[in-house]
Structure formats: C-alpha cells, structure tokens
Design a protein around this ligand. Structure first.
Ligand code: ZN
Length: 287
C-alpha cells in the first residue's frame, strides 16, 4: 500500500495550486493533512515565481472539516511542530494535551496561513464545514461554486464555534449568532450576500474562473500585493480580530474541558453522523 499523500502542490505560471487530496473523506483534515498544507504553503511562499496561491479540495467537497473519524485520524500523533511554541501534546493528557495540540494544529497554523505575504484564494465547492471554514477564512478571497455550502455546527457539541473564531468579522455579529445558534448550512449565494464570499460561479467553471482571477492578480507587483494584504490584515486586527480570537479560544477550551468533565469526551460524545443529525434532523444516516 502506498503512503497517503494528502496534499498536492503544482504551479500554473505565477499561480501555486495547493490541493487537498482526500476526496474519499470529503477532504477531512487530519494532522497529516494540516502539516502537508503547511509545507505546500511554505514552498509556494518561498518560490518567487509564485505570485498568488489557490487552495482547492479534490472531488465533490472542499472540506468536510476536521477529521472526526476516518481511518487516518491521527490526533494522538505529533509531527514537526512549528506553528506555535508549545510542548508536544503527545504524552500529556486533558487540557495540557488538547490546548497544546489545538494551539499548534488549528489556531496557530490558520493564523500563519492568513499572514502568508502573497494573496491566497480559496476555491470552494460542495461542503465547507467547521474546520473547512477555517481554511477558507484564512484565505484572502473566496470563490465558491453555486453548489457550495457553509456551516459551523459545533454548538451542537456545546462548543462556541471552531477554533479560528472569525465569524463576527466574516459576516457581522448578528448573522454570526444566527449561523452559530442554528448550526444551519448556508448556500454560496447567501454567503455572498453576507459578504463572506467574493464570487459565486457555476460548478463547471469554478477552476477556470478562480485561476483567471489568480492570474489577473498575479500581474501586480509582488511587494505591492504583500503590503496591501498586510494593510488590510492589520486593519482587521485593529478591528479586534486577533484579540477576539484569542479570548474566544479560551472559551472554546472551557467547552472542551466541560464536556470531558461531565463524563463525555471533549466533543460532547459526537461523531460525524450525530453532528449531521443534530443540525439537520433526519440527515444523520445520509450523505
Ligand atoms: Zn477544539
């Protein structure tokens, strides 16, 4: 059996295309994938020929979120930790393990990717759920196909949203509350209406339209793009994104710890099917 390579990286002129490649699991993110993404982003970052980076998901779905139960689930393993300065979560238990792991693999990595000094575009089709949102939100632009849908159902686990808590900045406070309180999926058209998505295109033309946008941006000078990205990100941080995210990360871990303390696991006893059932009654057994 060949070893699974969960991320592909290729170049199209000035565009670096990073593709998650676990289509059989809706590109569910295990740690092996997040580290492979990190490596691909670093390669694209270091390559002066690459002016713009596109993040894609192979197959029907962009990302079903964090890996809650595929055969490759690897939360008990560590890799080459680089995103944050914490001890290895392996060999620790409870919060000492969970906080270290999520600081590194979830919040730390997404923050680094958000700060890549080149424009990034998420190319989203099908599901973009929970941990999938984190990837799309860490990108500068989002181009979605008309079949894309977005949701963060983790309130059903008793957890106030995914680790990269950008919701209020992505769609405004009132819509963020509805999005989280209900856990309901929103369509690509609705996401665009809320200002979360730049463009919605036909599924068949998603790749061409996204690459065309990337190539158009790639005609701009690299340093100008880097400074412009930094300018907007700095303003976003001054609007509270970074501090808000830090404070909510503590609430997120209170919720994990509470779940563990009252006798369930840190996810409130939920898996993939029970999560679907929680937010879409009757859907638990379906695709
Ligand atoms: Zn978590």
């Amino acid at each position: 059996m060949t070893e699974e390579v969960p991320v592909r990286y290729e170049k199209h002129g000035g565009v670096g295309l990073v593709t998650m490649d676990r289509p059989e699991y809706g590109n569910a993110q295990h740690s092996k994938m997040t580290y492979a993404l990190d490596k691909a982003f670093y390669a694209a970052c270091a390559d002066d020929e690459v002016k713009v980076i596109v993040l894609a998901g192979e197959g029907k779905h962009f990302s079903a979120g964090h890996d809650l139960g595929t055969p490759g689930r690897d939360i008990d393993q560590s890799f080459d930790r680089v995103a944050t300065l914490w001890w290895d979560h392996v060999g620790h238990d409870g919060g000492a393990s969970r906080y270290a792991r999520e600081s590194e693999v979830y919040l730390g990595m997404c923050r680094r990717w958000r700060d890549i000094p080149k424009p990034t575009i998420a190319m989203v089709q099908g599901a973009c759920i929970a941990g999938g949102l984190m990837l799309a939100w860490a990108c500068d632009l989002i181009v979605a196909s008309d079949d894309a849908f977005f949701g963060d159902p983790v309130v059903a686990m008793g957890i106030p949203g995914v680790e990269y808590f950008a919701h209020p900045w992505q769609m405004g406070a009132r819509h963020a509350k509805e999005f989280l309180f209900t856990g309901e999926r929103i369509s690509a058209a609705r996401a665009k209406e809320l200002g979360m998505v730049n463009r919605v295109v036909a599924r068949d033309s998603l790749r061409d339209e996204t690459l065309a946008l990337a190539e158009r941006i790639a005609r701009m000078p690299a340093f100008g793009l880097a400074l412009t990205k930094r300018a907007v990100n700095q303003c976003e941080d001054q609007m509270g994104l970074r501090d808000g995210m830090d404070s909510v990360f503590g609430l997120h871990h209170l919720a994990h710890a509470h779940n563990a303390e009252v006798g369930l696991d840190s996810l409130g006893g939920h898996g993939v099917k029970s999560m679907k059932e929680a937010v879409t009654p009757g859907a638990g057994a379906g695709k």
